[in-house]
Design a protein. Structure first.
Lengths: 199, 254
């Protein structure tokens, strides 16, 4: 244990995803030794992101306005919605330039063991978007791991009665990975070869 | 197990119970193994989509696995590494396409982890129960919640908490007995019944007895309302014997 403010910083850093106690300590001491201007810039960036960035009222992606850039763009095809777990998956798919529709960000995947159920995700918001019948295809691009698959299974069953085309990214993506790590070529190919889901 | 200059290699069969993200691309894998009980190990690079390991080390995976440990014991100060993994049965890939079976299976994994609460301590009966239950669930011959309840009841039994659904759990009066007491050990007679007993229907008691003993012809013939009532009693009984509740049970669809 360190004294006062140093320990506070280590504790705060340690609460970040993927940062263990050792890494938290390493980052804290890096900050201590860093140039004050660099640290001020980091602190400002942290505050600013919280003040200026919010989540799109329609799709849940990160946005600087009420709507994100994609939802606000009239050239994007409103008839196709691609469902992803996190905003970073939107970035990964945008990089492929394969997709011209819109997104829906769930905010995670169903994980009973972690206490995350369907009600904890933006599923109700998705159903609301589908209600008026303007959407004809739903692409389920949740992570190619079990929780992502199970979430896709749940969604496919949920919207079954609505009679729209429900597809899942092709199995070119190896199971077990995170979508964000897929390279553009693989992810693009997975988009092209998406298959119809039948539940 | 082989030893070499302070490092050891262990090989075991196991079921992947849960995975957690670690750092940028790694995961901590929790397994229930045949000979070492519950084991946590680090799998490097598995979240990169190019990793072949990743798919094998997903929850429900039944694997033949090799661990590399820096100390002289598998469960020691630092987590061992997964160095080789071969799939014995990919239960997850089957269960995930049926939401009911997947949620039932998830509750099994969480329960197995809870009962095998001492890392490195063999829990071979629990392990065999889990493998058998997942195989049955994947085969899809019986309803998912029935397979789950059977697994929960037998897990209680192998851990020394077998409930009775026939003779009185207090005085041994031969059954059938009308009352069911979570605290009293299951079926109880009119003389022994403590306050706050449930009075389930006789069919429900018969169903639960069948699930505990593996009498599937009786269990499969049960009516939905008795299945629901039975699942409620099993969940209550399980929660009573485990300190914290099983989270996944909340997400089963009724
Ligand atoms: Zn948006
Ligand atoms: Zn009695």
């Amino acid at each position: 244990m360190y004294e006062g403010v140093v320990q506070d910083l280590i504790d705060e850093l340690g609460r970040l995803p993927g940062v263990g106690p050792k890494s938290a300590q390493r980052i804290a001491f890096h900050v201590l030794q860093a140039d004050p201007a660099d640290v001020r810039r980091l602190a400002a960036a942290l505050t600013e992101v919280k003040e200026k960035v919010r989540f799109c009222a329609v799709c849940g992606n990160v946005a600087q306005e009420e709507h994100c850039r994609i939802c606000a763009d009239p050239r994007r095809d409103a008839a196709v919605i691609c469902v992803v777990e996190e905003p970073k998956d939107v970035v990964a798919i945008e990089r492929t330039r394969e997709f011209r529709g819109r997104y829906h960000v769930l905010g995670g995947a169903i994980s009973p063991i972690e206490g995350v159920g369907p009600e904890d995700l933006r599923i109700r918001e998705l159903l609301a978007r589908l209600a008026d019948g303007a959407v004809t295809e739903l692409i389920l691009a949740t992570d190619p791991n079990l929780e992502g698959e199970a979430t896709a299974t749940y969604l496919a069953r949920m919207v079954k009665a609505m009679g729209l085309k429900v597809t899942r990214l092709a199995s070119g993506l190896p199971v077990g990975g995170d979508l964000e790590y897929a390279d553009e070529v693989t992810l693009g190919r997975a988009f092209e070869g998406r298959r119809l889901l039948d539940v | 197990m082989t030893h070499n200059r302070g490092v050891s290699l262990y090989r075991d069969d196991g079921i992947v119970l849960r995975t957690q993200k670690l750092g940028e691309a790694d995961r901590i894998i929790t397994l229930l193994t045949r000979t070492h009980g519950r084991v946590r190990a680090v799998a490097r690079g598995v979240r990169r989509t190019k990793s072949k390991f990743g798919a094998r080390l997903e929850p429900f995976g039944h694997v033949d696995i090799q661990f590399f440990s820096r100390g002289s014991e598998l469960v020691g100060r630092s987590l061992p590494l997964c160095t080789q993994v071969e799939t014995l049965a990919p239960f997850g890939g089957i269960l995930v396409h049926d939401y009911d079976r997947w949620t039932a299976g998830t509750a099994m994994l969480e329960t197995a982890e809870r009962f095998a609460d001492h890392e490195g301590e063999p829990a071979v009966q629990q392990y065999l129960l889990l493998v058998g239950a997942l195989r049955t669930l994947a085969a899809g011959e019986h309803r998912a919640h029935g397979v789950l309840d059977a697994f929960l009841l037998r897990s209680l039994a192998v851990n020394g908490y077998a409930p009775s659904f026939d003779a009185c759990a207090r005085c041994g009066l031969p059954g059938p007995n009308r009352f069911f007491s979570v605290q009293g050990g299951g079926a109880v007679c009119g003389d022994c019944k403590p306050a706050g007993c449930a009075v389930p229907s006789p069919e429900t008691m018969r169903l639960l007895g069948a699930l505990l003993t593996g009498d599937w012809s009786t269990a499969d013939a049960a009516e939905p309302r008795h299945c629901r009532e039975g699942s409620g009693l099993v969940a209550a009984y399980l929660q009573w014997h485990l300190e914290r509740g099983i989270r996944s049970l909340k997400y089963l669809e009724k």
